[in-house]
Write a protein that binds this ligand. Structure first.
Ligand SMILES: [Zn+2]
Length: 431
């Protein structure tokens, strides 16, 4: 029997083992142990570990029965009809038919009394100012109002009779005082014209007329208030075309398409209307739509509205370079170099307004550039009175409406001449 050479077998075994280890490493069998280069070529051992979802995690797959139970909890079956629920439904139906809206619950007499007191009605003639007036023969021609007669106006061949609301935008309106007050309340709440029409249960055209008169009131009763102290200027560009009849303007080009976006700064002609914002850091703002924002266009406005001693902050846009020559303290922040504030030098107050203004205009789903000043004016009015409640804003606007030249404003609406009083700085008479 030949003897077994254990030495050779041992060497052969060690060699085979070494060869197997080498091949295994080469083939990558020890990947999990040693790590390997991933697809991205990251270093060994640095492969990102994917965390397994923990027990009870939200990503746990729910069974059909569990999902069904969740859906049932989300939408429970309606409760059984009882005596009490039937009575409740009857009350809702009754109230729904007796009052068309919340405003019907306001007593008309109180609303008339508010309007009369706001209009400051007295016995003097609102047309000639004469105090020799007398009671009209049909003084009670309208409930809650009293008609008087002015002999002076009668001798001059003018309308002789007047009542408490004569000369205001409320004169001879078929709407009740309640509808006016509620309409103004919705107007200052930022409702669209369609919403106001629905709430007041009036025709859309009636609501449009009311909203236009209120807008015109804001335009004609915007008085000068000097900006002083720390003032910020900035401009924004709003897209607005010529919609519908475009205020009798002749359109010699196709109407603006939706989503039109031209690059760069806009001007009135390219349907991207610049709005200049002047903000007093004490909180008072002016928003002025301009035909363009060249220095020559905005200079008279700034000179008129800003006190000489004011400190003005703007961005680096060179249209404001004339400010220093006019004697204002002028500081700029350089947005193009990523500088947005340098101590008190910033325009963040005015820039914060732009997103609010865009939100305010969004409910109208696109406005004509011709009437853009009206909508901007509403935003300006509300922003300047942001500390007040809606009720107080409503009363302030009612007071302005009673103070405005109602006869002229009603004529403007009747003759469709509204665009002639929509002020866009730098634009001549639009017609
Ligand atoms: Zn008179």
């Amino acid at each position: 029997m030949p003897s077994i050479d254990w030495e050779i077998i041992g060497k052969f075994a060690i060699f085979s083992l070494a060869l197997w280890v080498l091949i295994s490493v080469w083939m990558g069998l020890f990947k999990p142990v040693y790590g390997a280069r991933g697809k991205g070529g990251q270093k060994r051992g640095k492969k990102k570990r994917i965390q397994k979802p923990k027990q009870g995690d939200q990503s746990k797959k729910l069974s059909h029965a569990e999902l069904e139970a969740t859906v049932r909890r989300m939408f429970p079956e309606p409760p059984q009809t009882t005596e009490r629920s039937r009575a409740r439904e009857a009350v809702v139906t009754l109230v729904k038919h007796s009052a068309r809206g919340l405003f019907d619950l306001l007593p008309e007499e109180s609303c008339v009394s508010i309007l009369k007191r706001i209009a400051g009605a007295g016995s003097d003639c609102p047309r000639c100012g004469g105090n020799q007036t007398e009671k009209s023969k049909d003084a009670h021609y309208r409930q809650y109002y009293r008609r008087r007669r002015c002999p002076d106006c009668q001798t001059q061949g003018q309308t002789a009779t007047f009542y408490e609301l004569t000369g205001t935008i409320f004169e001879n309106s078929h709407l009740s005082a309640r509808q006016w007050l509620w309409g103004i309340f919705l107007f200052v709440s930022g409702c669209s014209t369609l919403e106001i029409a629905t709430e007041l249960h009036v025709n859309l055209k009636t609501a449009q007329r009311m909203v236009t008169l209120l807008h015109l009131t804001l335009i004609t009763c915007r008085y000068r208030f000097s900006l002083n102290g720390q003032v910020e200027f900035d401009e924004v560009y709003l897209i607005g075309g010529l919609k519908g009849r475009a205020g009798k303007l002749h359109l010699d080009r196709p109407p603006r398409k939706r989503g039109l976006r031209l690059p760069g700064r806009g001007i009135w002609e390219t349907d991207k209307v610049p709005i200049l914002g002047l903000v007093d850091r004490q909180g008072y703002i002016y928003l002025v739509p301009c035909a363009n924002v060249q220095s020559d266009t905005i200079r008279p406005l700034i000179e008129y509205l800003t006190d000489q001693g004011a400190t003005i902050y703007t961005d680096e846009y060179n249209i404001y370079n004339f400010l220093r020559r006019l004697g204002y303290q002028h500081h700029t922040v350089n947005h193009s170099q990523g500088e947005y504030a340098r101590g008190p030098v910033h325009v963040n107050t005015v820039e914060g307004l732009w997103s609010l203004l865009r939100d305010h205009l969004r409910i109208h789903r696109g406005v004509s550039k011709l009437y853009l000043p009206l909508y901007v004016m509403r935003f300006e009015f509300l922003t300047n009175r942001r500390a007040l409640t809606r009720w107080q804003q409503m009363l302030e606007l009612s007071a302005l409406a009673a103070q405005a030249d109602g006869t002229r404003l009603r004529w403007l609406v009747r003759e469709k001449q509204i665009h002639t009083v929509c002020p866009t700085l730098g634009l001549g008479q639009v017609v």
